[in-house]
Design a protein around this ligand. Structure first.
Ligand code: GLY
Length: 427
């Protein structure tokens, strides 16, 4: 089953259970200045989770585009990416744990309507309780109707409490993991399950958040007016499970890119390949939502992604023609789902190639300069190296950059030149 079919099955499954299909919101948050991009399915729906009535009703289903760059250093392993699509069903003060869990299980395992995954490969976690909320014995009991008790584990708020930011709706969650090993792991003790998770032998495919609390300034302050359900099934990870792959780059979403990369490289650095594929894909989606590379805020994140991609493309020996081809295959792959990619394909390609050209002109000289002695200020201002890239290069040499010193020098430079906006390094 390919990605297009999975998106459509998900939407249809929940539509048949009274949910209205709503489109993905833009990656740029409409009414939330606290974040640069939507990082979770819930972000565009926060007002409705807090009680405002949604025009489409109390049961919604969608596939939301998200960008998360917090884990950028992890990209290259089996599961991390900076852009992802979150499939989610939503109860805005309507159904709660019983239905949410039942439908999650049915969608995961039903061959007719869902993904047809093997129930024997499922592992479940539920919230163990803390000072904010009690142990979730209700979710535990509901799960026992579907999954043996020995594969349901109580976990702490570190993993099983969901919120975004310091303020807003939050709650305990239950998470579903799938065994992606070829041999199959069988029964696991809690300790064995935790180890399998760390080793990415089991991967989280879905979580159901029982969103009934509210957080203010980082503290849970009480219950919301209504009890909501916010679920999130990351498409890329679901695809791993469905397509029997142990990493997201082998799923149909990434394969067209990886094929081009494999055909055009002079090194076999797996991490570099994955970084190039991931960052180019994310950049395409950021650009189509109206961002261009710049030195501030969203534009800087885009610039950072593209310049990091170019650095790794350089290591692999990928030339600029191939970067253009990578953009084209992302547009081809995702165009049927997001037609604005097709409408804007020329512009997206142009932005990416232009930014690549700019950085290619200075990259090699900058790398030579770097070898002579690390001066982050010069690398940034003269050679256009994003500070995070300088830190990464330095780290590879076992050197730590004095970020405070860099920030101070940059501030002086900005005060003098008054060209850059404040806040560009608070990313
Ligand atoms: N359902 C919460 C999330 O993973 O986005």
């Amino acid at each position: 089953m390919q990605s297009n079919e999975i998106r459509s099955r998900f939407l249809k499954f929940f539509e048949a259970r009274g949910h209205k299909i709503i489109p993905s919101a833009s990656l740029i948050p409409e009414n939330d200045p606290s974040v640069l991009f939507n990082t979770a399915g819930m972000q565009p729906l926060i007002p409705y989770l807090l009680g405002q009535k949604h025009s489409e009703g109390a049961r919604l289903v969608n596939v939301q585009k998200c960008v998360r760059t917090q884990d950028i250093d992890e990209v290259g392993d089996n599961t991390h990416d900076t852009f992802f699509e979150m499939m989610g069903n939503w109860s805005l003060g309507d159904y709660f744990k019983e239905e949410a869990i039942k439908w999650s299980y049915e969608f995961l395992t039903s061959k007719e309507e869902g993904l047809g995954l093997d129930p024997k490969r499922l592992y479940i976690t539920v919230f163990e309780g803390d000072e904010n909320a009690p142990k979730d014995t209700e979710a535990f009991e509901i799960w026992q109707k579907y999954v043996p008790e020995s594969r349901i584990y109580f976990m702490s708020a570190k993993t099983n409490w969901w919120s975004v930011g310091e303020n807003g709706p939050c709650g305990a969650d239950t998470e579903m993991f799938y065994d992606v090993t070829s041999e199959g792991l069988g029964d696991l003790t809690k300790e064995e399950y935790i180890k399998a998770d760390q080793e990415q032998k089991v991967i989280e495919v879905w979580n159901d958040v029982f969103m009934e609390y509210e957080k203010k300034d980082g503290k849970v302050v009480g219950k919301l007016k209504q009890r909501n359900v916010d679920t999130g099934a990351g498409l890329e990870r679901v695809l791993m499970a469905v397509q029997g792959k142990d990493n997201i780059f082998e799923t149909d979403l990434f394969q067209p890119m990886i094929k081009i990369i494999n055909n055009s490289i002079n090194s076999n650095d797996e991490k570099a390949k994955r970084i190039v594929a991931d960052h180019i894909r994310t950049s395409v989606f950021i650009i189509v939502d109206g961002v261009i590379p710049s030195n501030t805020a969203r534009g800087y994140i885009l610039r950072r992604l593209l310049r990091r991609a170019i650095r790794y493309a350089n290591i692999l020996g990928i030339d600029k023609i191939k970067i253009g081809e990578l953009v084209d295959v992302v547009v081809d792959k995702y165009g049927p789902t997001y037609p604005n990619l097709i409408q804007n394909s020329e512009n997206i390609r142009e932005e990416i190639l232009q930014e690549g050209n700019k950085f290619r002109r200075t990259l090699n000289n900058g790398l030579k300069e770097f070898e002579k002695g690390i001066n982050p200020f010069i690398l940034f201002t003269t050679y256009g190296f994003p500070i995070e890239l300088i830190e990464e290069l330095a780290k590879e040499k076992g050197v730590t950059i004095d970020r405070q010193d860099f920030d101070r020098k940059m501030k002086e430079h900005q005060d003098k030149s008054r060209t850059a906006s404040a806040g560009m390094f608070k990313l």
